[in-house]
Design a protein around this ligand. Structure first.
Ligand code: PLP
Ligand code: ZN
Length: 397
């Protein structure tokens, strides 16, 4: 019994729950979508038990990776954690950038480009691949706009697993090469990420692949929710007033929203929430369109086009979770042009020395729209998520 409790000491997961219909699913076996309604599953924890060892004080002694929050992460046996040093990224105050705005703000960039494989996709993949390893998976597959593939290739390699990746043929070269050089099986598809997803869905059963598509397995959200925990911890257990998040599939936004609810149940924060802002490209803005139309589910965006490849997601399975969070938080959704987001890369770079991914840079013109519409007030604290590294997008410049 003593031995048992040593190995399983971090197991606080109680079950998986459908985010749409609430149906419970068993946690200790491979699951994809809800067996009743086909929507995403979310992990639920015994947070009272987690709170026994996960305390603000205990965190002071913990490792500087996202696994510092292991009590609220899904892995049962620590030996299954596949780690490359992800998470605990810098939260940078960007006064020089703020000075160029028409009102005075406390502006920060949460710089996710310092993650392994240079994007925040590492957060999702460390959790998904660790769980896949724990549950005996030998082969993973995923469609990707680029960075998810790079991250999955790396974590699969580190876990000794096969990664089968499907990307649009015009994905940034850096993403394709990093996957090849980390041992993945790469297929380029003449189409969009939705077409890549269809191929994975068609072939996975025959090939014995576990599908780790965004929100089609429950654990990438768990990895990405740690951005919410980190923000609270780095701000001294306060949350900012506004969060701008470049949104494709929305995993990070959904994850942070979940993290805030968990932290309130842990007794760490009160019921106030940041206003969540989804930023998209005008050439692919399904969430913005649905938000403006008052819809809870988003339609497929036609002829999706943008150089910000991570935002080129014409249909997101977690659309309703994104839209619910935007509305409950009093936030909104804003689309910017490719010209604006590319110009912002250079502006942020020159002001602060951060070479942002075009997706992250899109938050700056979106912030200007918020200011114009009086949706951000003087002296508020605003966080921009730079989700990846500009150096992976050399074709854009
Ligand atoms: C994937 C990606 C996004 C979008 O993230 P989601 O969580 O899918 O909304 C934004 N920026 C970059 C750099 C990405 O790779
Ligand atoms: Zn369901």
């Amino acid at each position: 019994m003593f031995y048992f409790s040593l190995i399983f000491q971090f197991m606080n997961v109680t079950h998986l729950e459908c985010a749409n219909c609430g149906k419970e699913h068993e946690a200790n076996k491979l699951q994809n979508l809800c067996i009743d309604c086909g929507k995403p599953l979310l992990v639920r924890y015994d947070l009272a038990k987690a709170a026994e060892t996960l305390t603000k004080d205990a965190l002071k002694e913990r490792q500087s990776t996202l696994w510092r929050y292991c009590e609220v992460l899904p892995v049962e046996n620590k030996e299954n954690i596949v780690c490359l040093g992800e998470g605990w990224t810098p939260l940078l105050k960007t006064d020089r950038l703020a000075a160029a705005l028409p009102i005075k703000l406390n502006l920060y960039i949460k710089d996710e480009s310092t993650n392994p494989t240079q994007s925040f996709k590492a957060r999702g993949m460390t959790a998904a691949v660790s769980m896949a390893k724990e549950l005996g998976v030998k082969k993973c597959a995923a469609p990707s706009a680029g960075n998810a593939a790079g991250a999955l290739a790396a974590y699969a390699a580190r876990a000794g697993m096969e990664a089968h990746l499907f990307m649009p043929s015009d994905t940034p070269r850096a993403n394709i090469i990093e996957c090849e050089q980390t041992g993945a099986f790469v297929t380029l598809v003449d189409g969009l990420i939705t077409d890549c997803g269809r191929i994975v869905a068609e072939r996975k059963d025959a090939e014995g692949w576990f599908d780790v598509s965004t929100l089609k397995e429950p654990y990438r959200v768990e990895g990405k929710k740690t951005m919410g925990y980190e923000l609270a911890e780095q701000f001294g257990w306060k949350l900012p007033d506004v969060i701008l998040y470049p949104t494709g599939g929305g995993t990070g936004l959904i994850g942070m929203w979940k993290a805030f609810a968990e932290m309130q149940m842990l007794g760490w924060i009160d019921s106030r929430r940041p206003r969540m802002i989804s930023v998209q490209a005008k050439g692919c803005a399904p969430i913005v369109t649905a938000f403006e139309n008052g819809a809870r589910f988003a339609g497929e965006f036609p002829d999706a086009q943008t150089v910000a490849s991570g935002l080129r997601v014409p249909k997101a399975i977690g659309d309703f979770l994104i839209l619910d969070a935007l509305r409950e938080s009093g936030g909104t959704a804003i689309a910017v042009t490719d010209q604006e987001l590319l110009a912002a890369v250079g502006e942020i770079g020159a002001a602060e020395g951060i070479f942002c991914a075009p997706e992250g840079a899109a938050c700056l013109p979106a912030l200007r729209v918020l200011i114009d519409k009086d949706l951000v007030k003087e002296n508020e604290t605003v966080v921009i998520f730079n989700t990846g590294a500009g150096v992976k997008y050399l074709e854009c410049f």
